[in-house]
Ligand binder design. Structure first.
Ligand SMILES: C[S@@+](CC[C@H](N)C(=O)[O-])C[C@H]1O[C@@H](n2cnc3c(N)ncnc32)[C@H](O)[C@@H]1O
Length: 338
């Protein structure tokens, strides 16, 4: 018998996720079956239950920054169960000289730390909330497994691709970080595809008349799950977004894509590892409420200056093309490849 073409493109994960996988994640979460990971043998952090009030705050929209360990703050903040979107870009345990935070735990301790803060994020999320994690190769698998065994559903496993990885001879140059998008309830999550459309390759390269003949979103598409292109490179050198003294600053265009697609104006966005303040800066510009948590007092102070005084410096970038080829000249092609 001829193979049937799969037409269920709109389920979470698209081609990548067999339709039974989401049900299997939920079954594991609700059953007595246990998935054991190496960091499980380590003792879990027990929060004290007490936190200081936010160190910085502003209204319209409500914006707060707490200074402290996110495992403590997430466990005691008053908004538990009401958060619409969490974006987390944790320390990678790569021995980065963060101000005050030791980025060189044993592997087992780092895994335990990771599961503890992930649990804290899951607990603050509303039943319709989404969780995004920015994480490199060496810990992506553990994050995915932990979120699955906690019953969250993977919607996308995106890749943030950048061109300025550190040069090396011993292996291929690292040029990506994983951008994991999970939801508590895939059917009830907030998802605004029309807010993040970009120009399609059909329009920008192939001048394909079919895309301009569509009834809606002519020449536009939801971005692909590999993210790169203008304003999505690493923040370094004299980039106008750059905040000196911060490590691993994420581009505003990246956070704009996450926040626009997975929250609405007035919603509450949390970043447990605020760093230079990118998440709250973009959230505030897009009229979302936000809570940032940062271990370092110095980083939090710098982040607050950015959030409250400088603001977003790259607004209006959504919608442009990420095409990697120049436009074809003739305009007569009828077959497009994407
Ligand atoms: C990778 S950076 C985040 C960068 C951020 N996404 C940005 O765009 O600037 C991680 C940040 O988390 C902070 N940090 C580390 N451990 C923490 C913890 N347990 N709780 C809260 N913040 C922590 C570090 O001080 C650092 O500023």
């Amino acid at each position: 018998m001829a193979e049937q073409k799969n037409t269920l493109f709109d389920r979470p994960g698209g081609y990548a996720m067999p339709s039974g996988a989401a049900a299997a994640h939920r079954e594991v979460a609700n059953s007595s079956r246990t998935i054991v990971l190496p960091g499980d043998a380590e003792e879990s952090h027990v929060p004290s239950g007490e936190i200081d009030p936010p160190r910085f705050s502003a209204n319209d929209p409500d914006t707060r920054v707490y200074v402290g360990d996110c495992r403590e703050v997430l466990a005691a903040m008053p908004d538990r169960g009401q958060v619409d979107l969490v974006f987390a870009d944790p320390p990678f345990n790569w021995d980065v000289p963060y101000d005050g935070w030791k980025d060189n735990m044993s592997r087992a301790q780092y895994e335990r730390f990771t599961y503890d803060w992930l649990d804290g994020c899951i607990d603050v999320l509303s039943p319709t909330g989404s969780l995004w994690v920015n994480i490199p190769d060496d810990t992506a698998a553990e994050v995915v497994m932990h979120l699955k065994r906690r019953g969250l559903t993977m919607i996308n496993w995106c890749i943030w691709h950048f061109r300025f990885g550190q040069c090396r001879h011993s292996s291929f140059i690292m040029s990506k970080v994983h951008v994991l998008y999970f939801a508590k309830d895939p059917d009830a999550r907030t998802w605004n595809p029309d807010e993040i459309l970009e120009q399609s390759d059909r329009a920008s390269i192939y001048n394909d008349a079919r895309t301009m003949a569509k009834d809606t979103n002519k020449g536009m598409r939801v971005p692909m799950d590999v993210w790169y292109g203008p304003y999505l490179g690493r923040i370094q050198g004299n980039n106008k977004e750059r905040r000196h003294g911060h490590h691993n600053q994420i581009p505003e265009a990246y956070l704009e894509r996450v926040i626009r697609s997975c929250s609405n104006p007035g919603d509450l966005v949390v970043d447990p590892f605020l760093g230079s303040g990118t998440t709250s800066t973009v959230a505030r510009a897009l009229d979302r409420r936000s809570i940032g948590i940062e271990f370092s007092e110095t980083n939090a102070t710098s982040a607050w200056e950015r959030i409250s005084e400088i603001g977003m410096v790259r607004s209006g970038t959504t919608g442009s093309s990420s095409a990697i080829h120049a436009a074809r000249g003739s305009g007569k092609r009828t077959k497009a490849t994407t």
